[in-house]
Design a binder for this molecule. Structure first.
Ligand code: IMP
Length: 195
């Protein structure tokens, strides 16, 4: 009987990405599988706090080992903004085009374009909490380029490349993304325990 582990997400793409890496010693359940449809308010000031709020909400409601992730973009010249407000930087409802417009406007004439995507995962495993972090360093372009991906991908050029995340295939992005790096650390941890 494989260990059961919940991923506190409704995003099927994220779930499949982890499921593909995790192997069959763990059976991964989504919030839909658990019939969990409550909105979890992300009131934390950091990615770590938000990830922790989500994993605790699901683990407590469903009495199951669980992990949650929280991600966003931190721009050096903007003191780490938009950070935890990445999804709703230009206001509600969340709108990626408006968010990129606002970001490019804020950086108009600014020479320092350094930025990083960050993901933090909170895992609640047998009553203990563990954190895993992944970072993708890069720069913010002057204008958008590319149509793949989501969010800020068209304006983010990862370090060491001359294309944006939105010009990469999913496989290329998944090899270097903040989310993939955090997920790899989580999977390595689980493979050491769930046997
Ligand atoms: P989430 O916590 O993974 O839902 O990410 C929150 C927000 O950060 C998203 O709505 C995007 O605006 C931004 N974001 C996170 N990861 C990425 C990425 O890989 N590419 C582009 N934008 C991202």
């Amino acid at each position: 009987m494989p260990h059961q582990l919940a991923f506190a997400t409704h995003n099927i793409h994220k779930l499949q990405e982890v499921a593909a890496k995790i192997g069959d010693t763990i059976s991964l359940l989504s919030l839909n599988d658990l019939d969990f449809h409550k909105d979890i308010p992300e009131t934390g000031a950091t990615f770590k706090e938000n990830a922790s709020i989500k994993s605790h909400a699901v683990a407590e409601a469903c009495q199951i080992n669980c992990f949650a992730d929280d991600s966003g973009l931190e721009v050096e010249a903007l003191n780490g903004e938009p950070g935890v407000y990445s999804a709703r930087y230009a206001g509600e409802p969340a709108d990626s085009e408006a968010n990129m417009d606002k970001l490019l406007q804020q950086l108009k004439g600014v020479a320092n374009r350094n930025a990083r995507f960050k993901t933090v995962i909170s895992l609640l495993w047998n009553g203990q909490e563990y954190f895993f972090e992944g970072v993708a360093e890069g720069t913010i372009r002057q204008v958008r380029s590319g149509a793949k991906g989501f969010g800020y991908d068209p304006v983010f050029e990862p370090a060491g490349y001359h294309i944006t995340f939105a010009e990469m295939t999913m496989e290329e992005k998944n090899a270097i993304s903040h989310r993939a790096k955090a997920m790899e650390k989580l999977v390595a941890f689980l493979q050491g325990r769930a046997v």
